[in-house]
Design a binder for this molecule. Structure first.
Ligand code: PEP
Ligand code: CO
Length: 447
């Protein structure tokens, strides 16, 4: 960390993708209030995740990072959190079973409320209004009142994150994530599908393995790893006033941690090496990540590695590539080459969502399941061919049966998008598509 870093040193750097807050004084008051509220996560937990990610960088674990593109203030309930957790736990079972190694589970959850946008404004029927920037900033309906940025929304985002984390901790440590509950993670509407039945087969095999171990005299009740799950939170660190306010000094190590989430990342639009967002990430000791799109140059990526991980600390920095199925063959190898050349062993993760988005003739933002799958396949093949580790996937998904992405075993077509399109921002894989994808990735992990 350079000598002049402080949680507010980002303020002297150019900062992109910020809302136009109409009232600066109100923003300051909100930041002040946030800085007096309890941390959402603890430094020790962030360190545990860093250890897990260090294993990923060595090929000893696989990362599953998944959740909504943008969390919503609207459909927030204990049921929706539980069902989202079900989908992720199901996917993790499939991956763990296939890979025979631990799966590190990280949600895009409990803080994923702010969105960068390609255009500052949105036009509809001749009217122009500020773009929707996530529920921590403004509201999604297209009217002037909804689209006005209101800093008080950051407080609501904090409180919803706290409630979400409370539920996640209860579900993952209080019995629901017990391996003996494995059949309960299959939501009813998924269980009857082809993917759901395939999942049941694995679940039955795991049941038998547990029965076998118990029969051999192993005390299954004594081992907490069978009964609890470590589930971590993450989001894009976009609103730096929010992140600064939640950055606290760890009493044990005297280091700074951003206690808004275990892992935070900078997006494709805010990863300028001299910019405010990278400056902020430089000084916190959480594991951090950077999104890299098809335009990322090897030199720029090395600069980011040097700034964000000057000590070559295992698990500290994750590189999330989101190239697009059509471009990954050209754009990923030079980055891997450069990073290897610098003697670095990174956590490489594939985001197969953001490089494969397009708008249909009817104006729906969507992605094809086949493009998503194809980018992940290329990601595995390229890394394996270059002697590098394909460490994980970063996905946008929902627990619901939405129709936002095309294809998959369910064969969602263009004309189906209208029926259950609920995305606030980017199109998400539905529960069946997510499980389907987990089986495909499991096969890749088996080699
Ligand atoms: C996102 O993860 O929702 C996102 C906006 O990604 P990117 O920065 O890669 O475009
Ligand atoms: Co997105």
């Amino acid at each position: 960390m350079h000598e002049t870093w402080s949680p507010s040193s980002w303020r002297s750097r150019p900062v992109l993708q910020q809302p136009e807050w109409p009232d600066e004084a109100a923003l300051d008051r909100v930041a002040e209030e946030l800085s007096g509220l309890p941390p959402l996560v603890f430094a020790g937990e962030a360190r545990n995740l860093k250890d897990g990610l260090a294993k990923v960088s060595r090929g000893e674990a696989f990362l599953l990072q998944a959740g909504d593109c943008a969390e919503s203030f609207r459909d927030f309930s204990a049921d929706s959190i539980r069902d989202k957790l079900k989908v992720i736990l199901q996917m993790a079972v499939v991956l763990t079973y296939a890979a025979g190694m631990p799966v590190i589970k990280v949600g895009r959850i409990a803080g994923q409320f702010a969105k960068p946008r390609s255009a500052a404004n949105e036009k509809q029927n001749g009217a122009e209004l500020p773009s929707f920037r996530g529920h921590a900033v403004n509201d999604d309906p297209f009217d002037a009142e909804s689209r006005r940025a209101d800093p008080h929304r950051m407080l609501r985002a904090y409180h919803q994150s706290a409630q979400t984390l409370n539920l996640l901790r209860a579900f993952t440590k209080g019995g629901f994530a017990d391996l003996t509950q494995i059949h309960n993670w299959n939501q009813e509407f998924v269980a009857s599908s082809k993917e759901g039945r395939r999942y049941e087969q694995i679940a039955n095999q795991i049941d038998r393995a547990l029965t076998f171990m118990a029969a051999c005299g192993i005390d299954l009740g004594a081992d907490s790893t069978l009964h609890e799950v470590d589930f971590y939170t993450s989001h894009e660190a976009l609103l730096l006033e929010y992140e600064e306010a939640l950055t606290r000094k760890d009493s044990l190590t005297e280091d700074w941690y951003d206690c808004s989430a275990h892992l935070v990342w900078v997006g494709e639009r805010t990863r300028q090496p001299d910019g405010a967002h990278v400056e902020f990430l430089m000084g916190i000791r959480n594991p951090v990540a950077v999104k890299l799109g098809p335009g990322a140059h090897p030199g720029e990526v090395l600069t980011l590695c040097e700034r964000l991980d000057p000590q070559l600390e295992p698990g500290r920095l994750t590189l999330v590539t989101r190239m697009g199925a059509g471009s990954i063959e050209q754009t990923l190898p030079p980055l891997i080459e450069a990073v290897k050349g610098a003697g670095r062993q990174m956590v490489w993760v594939c985001d197969p969502m953001h490089g494969n988005t397009f708008v249909t003739g009817d104006g729906y933002k969507t992605r094809r399941f086949d493009d998503i799958l194809s980018e992940i396949k290329s990601f595995f093949a390229i890394h394996q061919g270059m002697g590098s580790v394909p460490g994980g996937v970063h996905l946008e998904l929902t627990e619901q049966g939405v129709t936002e992405c095309l294809g998959g075993a369910e064969e969602i077509f263009d004309h189906d998008l209208t029926s259950r399109y609920q995305a606030l921002c980017d199109p998400r894989l539905n529960a069946r598509q997510s499980l389907d994808l987990a089986f495909e990735i499991g096969e890749m992990l088996q080699g």
